[in-house]
Design a protein around this ligand. Sequence first.
Ligand SMILES: *[C@@H]1O[C@H](CO)[C@@H](O)[C@H](O)[C@H]1NC(C)=O
Ligand SMILES: *[C@@H]1O[C@H](CO)[C@@H](O)[C@H](O)[C@H]1NC(C)=O
Ligand SMILES: *[C@@H]1O[C@H](CO)[C@@H](O)[C@H](O)[C@H]1NC(C)=O
Ligand SMILES: *[C@@H]1O[C@H](CO)[C@@H](O)[C@H](O)[C@H]1NC(C)=O
Ligand SMILES: *[C@@H]1O[C@H](CO)[C@@H](O)[C@H](O)[C@H]1NC(C)=O
Length: 194
Amino acid sequence: MAFSKIHLLFPLFLSILLISSTVFCDTDEEDDLLKGINAYRASLNLTTLTKNENAECLADELADEFKNQPCTNSTGANTVPGTEPQFANYPNLLAKCHLNVSVTRDGAVMPACVPNLVPSIVLTNFTQSQYSDNLNETKYTGIGIGSDGDWIVVVLTTSTAEGNYATATTSAASSVSGIIYHLLFLVMIALYFL
Ligand SMILES: *[C@@H]1O[C@H](CO)[C@@H](O)[C@H](O)[C@H]1NC(C)=O
Ligand SMILES: *[C@@H]1O[C@H](CO)[C@@H](O)[C@H](O)[C@H]1NC(C)=O
Ligand SMILES: *[C@@H]1O[C@H](CO)[C@@H](O)[C@H](O)[C@H]1NC(C)=O
Ligand SMILES: *[C@@H]1O[C@H](CO)[C@@H](O)[C@H](O)[C@H]1NC(C)=O
Ligand SMILES: *[C@@H]1O[C@H](CO)[C@@H](O)[C@H](O)[C@H]1NC(C)=O
């Protein structure tokens, strides 16, 4: 009996590990940049940007696409608001992050490359470049940051349907299965204490 209880505990332990690694996986560079950007916005009396999970997912995926390009390759780095980076698999990246192009249209995607992602340089890269144009905007309310190698990508979201990066309805099936999965765990925990 004690043996089977250990078997029940193991998946629970694994899920705690998984949850903590997905929640706390932000790198210092990303946290520093988020704080820096919000301090910059506060100095301009603009609203604090709140984290948007889907935008963060897309930023991570894009950083992953950029990572093998040298910093000198500015292709895609001069993103004009509203235009999307030129990756052939961009639709796949959106789908991976439960996004539909209709909810990302008004957002802004801003990639930057800084050797070793030195925090102070990364911040000025956004606040003292053409990107400050976006950071100065009142319409942006959310943010997602991803980094990989020397690349860091900031995605800004709005509170409107055209830019809120809301989860696409097509992923409803997967979130239902996610709920069932969690219910199963609750049942297993309950069984353990019986
Ligand atoms: C921000 O608001 C404060 C207090 O209302 C004001 O003194 C300051 O000039 C404002 N700063 C900017 C950049 O608008
Ligand atoms: C520069 O970026 C473009 C677009 O992402 C890519 O097609 C090209 O291969 C890159 N060049 C180098 C040298 O990495
Ligand atoms: C995106 O959403 C719109 C409206 O909800 C829908 O018509 C369209 O088919 C969706 N596109 C994809 C690729 O799912
Ligand atoms: C970011 O900084 C690097 C130098 O570290 C510079 O070459 C690059 O153009 C900057 N990018 C932007 C968007 O300002
Ligand atoms: C954003 O606002 C700052 C502070 O007012 C200003 O120095 C900067 O030029 C603005 N950026 C753009 C692109 O207008």
